[in-house]
Design a protein around this ligand. Structure first.
Ligand SMILES: [Zn+2]
Length: 98
């Protein structure tokens, strides 16, 4: 299996959503996959989505349907955020956060 650390690019931050895993309201890191598999040295099995969301609170990694990402971005303070539909989140695995 090919493992590449540069196959993901940051795709901004979501608005505040309730993480289905930890139940806390959090902003999810959005990532878009390009080629290859894996992030942070961890391969992701059953990879068939292009968009991923990571809860910074508990490390839960979700795949995210492209349709669930609102196209428009809005600016909150110094950050641009994208609204997402939490129903588009599919739990994959929990990553160890530093
Ligand atoms: Zn969480």
């Amino acid at each position: 299996m090919k493992i590449s650390n540069d196959s993901f690019e940051k795709y901004g931050t979501s608005g505040r959503v309730t993480c289905p895993k930890c139940g806390k309201e959090a902003s999810l890191q959005l990532m878009r996959a390009n080629n290859g598999l894996g992030m942070m040295g961890i391969s992701i099995a059953n990879y068939n989505h292009n968009y991923f969301a990571l809860c910074e609170n508990c490390g839960a990694l979700y795949s995210l349907d492209e349709d669930s990402i609102k196209k428009s971005q809005k600016r909150v303070g110094m950050y641009k955020v994208r609204e997402i539909d939490p129903e588009g989140l599919t739990y994959l695995q929990t990553l160890p956060l530093k």
